[in-house]
Write a protein that binds this ligand. Structure first.
Ligand code: 13P
Ligand code: SF4
Length: 329
């Protein structure tokens, strides 16, 4: 560790104790952030930890919707997001009312994806179009959207959540790829929103073929935010922490990793004898990389960047999250 970093880490550790703070980090965070975190995990694990951990302050190293979920689940804790502009573009693709954000271009695509819904189309319009059909909201959504949904899901439990509902038709928002994966793994009829994650959606079958020919012995793991044809070509489809469990349990020595590159840190640290190759070298979520040791220290010093959710929204959004958390892992 370089001297500058050591000083930052020492100060973070000192302030963390003083504030009775816990640092939670998503598996995509920078290596040095994951290294100082008290807990690192996927969205489901972080939600469960945020809800159960005993502390006064939660420093959430992830993107905005994740910190918001922690604030929804733990109203008595102060939730700090070290960088307020760490957003998830996919979460922005569905709005409750008013024109929604339309992302025109993302770097990394050979061809840009196209939206089929008009810019004005909102979740309320979709619900009006399918009256009585329950809404499963991926946790990658705003608190207001969760509040208007029946239940939440993560990449780790989408099929279980869909199957837990008594209805036979289910609306899934906002990720069209996660919806396609749910459709493949459930007998229910899934009606999907047309959102996507620009980091995972850019992967094509050509990328899989190229990676397999470079590493013919390796097993391919893919995140359910990848396109269905990519998932079908993979050896295992799972959440980020699911990949950690799969790689650890498998006797295979080599893996091709179809998710954001931040996961490489834990994959390599927890499996020193195994080799991990990225499915594509540009699978980087720029928003996940905004948080640094400096910004963590800054929020612990100033207690700024507090994430709050209006109480009427929080209570309804919590119902959707609790309903998901009640389903055993
Ligand atoms: P996981 O819940 O699998 O960690 O995924 C979160 C996410 O944002 C994936 O892009
Ligand atoms: Fe959102 Fe994709 Fe980044 Fe995950 S990787 S936070 S889904 S943009």
């Amino acid at each position: 560790m370089i001297q500058d970093q050591k000083h930052l880490v020492d100060e973070i550790v000192r302030l963390k104790e003083q504030r009775r703070a816990i640092i939670l980090a998503h598996n995509y965070q920078r290596d040095e952030v994951q290294e100082i975190a008290d807990f690192t995990g996927d969205s489901l694990e972080l939600s469960r930890t945020a809800a159960s951990i005993d502390c006064e302050v939660l420093v959430f190293c992830g993107v905005h919707f994740m910190a918001e979920s922690a604030a929804i689940l733990s109203p008595n804790k102060t939730v700090l997001l070290p960088e307020m502009d760490a957003w998830c573009p996919m979460a922005d693709m569905v709005e409750l009312s008013g024109p929604r954000h339309v992302w025109k271009a993302f770097p990394g695509y050979d061809e840009q994806p196209v939206f089929v819904f008009p810019h004005e189309f909102t979740l309320r319009d979709m619900k009006a179009q399918y009256p009585g059909v329950p809404v499963v909201a991926y946790v990658n959504t705003s608190a207001a959207v969760k509040a208007e949904s029946d239940i939440c899901c993560t990449s780790a439990n989408v099929a279980k959540v869909v199957d837990s509902l008594p209805e036979n038709e289910i609306i899934c928002i906002p990720d069209r790829n996660l919806s396609a994966w749910a459709q493949k793994n459930s007998s229910k009829k899934i009606i999907s929103w047309d959102g996507f994650c620009h980091v995972h959606d850019r992967i094509t079958l050509k990328d899989v073929a190229k990676a397999r020919s470079a590493h013919p012995e390796a097993l391919v793991m893919a995140h359910p935010e990848c396109r269905l044809e990519v998932l079908e070509a993979a050896d295992h489809v799972t959440s980020t922490s699911g990949m950690l469990r799969y790689a650890k349990a498998s006797s295979a020595p080599e893996f091709i990793v179809g998710t954001e590159l931040g996961l490489m840190f834990r994959l390599r640290r927890e499996n020193p004898g195994k080799a991990f190759y990225p499915l594509r070298s540009d699978m980087i979520c720029p928003n996940m990389k905004k948080i640094t040791l400096k910004s963590i220290l800054r929020v612990l010093q100033t207690m700024e960047n507090v994430i709050t959710v209006p109480e009427d929204i929080r209570v309804r959004a919590k119902r959707a999250l609790d309903r998901m958390l009640d389903i055993p892992s």
